[in-house]
Write a protein that binds this ligand. Structure first.
Ligand SMILES: [Zn+2]
Length: 114
């Protein structure tokens, strides 16, 4: 690895490290927005999906393999969406840090072979 390249990796790594410090609350899972029929006969929703009730918002995640869901208001869903996106961003940044680290570490290991 040339000096130019390694300093580039260093800069990229620092940028990722700084972006981690700016990430807010992180929540696992995903957000679901859906419309549903209520099942009552004579209700307008019987006419089909375009007449279903909603939207209903749900935050869903897994705990030890089991799915957990929480129903949210539109306002709560907006808040949670930000936290769920933060979690994805966090994982993306960490993945990238691992990739960069691996490149650097492989070079370091090669350099220490006797
Ligand atoms: Zn209905």
């Amino acid at each position: 690895m040339s000096i130019g390249k390694s300093s580039d990796v260093g800069l990229r790594y620092d940028r990722l490290r700084r972006s981690l410090a700016r990430i807010g609350f992180v929540c696992k899972g995903s957000m679901i927005k859906r419309h549903m029929p209520c099942g009552r006969s004579g209700c307008r929703c019987v006419a089909g999906p375009s007449h279903w009730h909603g939207p209903y918002f749900q935050w869903t995640w897994k705990v030890k393999g089991k799915t957990v869901s929480v129903r949210l208001t539109a306002q709560q869903a907006k808040l949670m969406s930000g936290y769920v996106l933060n979690d994805r961003r966090l994982r993306r940044v960490v993945d990238e840090m691992r990739d960069l680290s691996l490149k650097v570490v492989q070079e370091k290991l090669k350099a220490t072979v006797l």
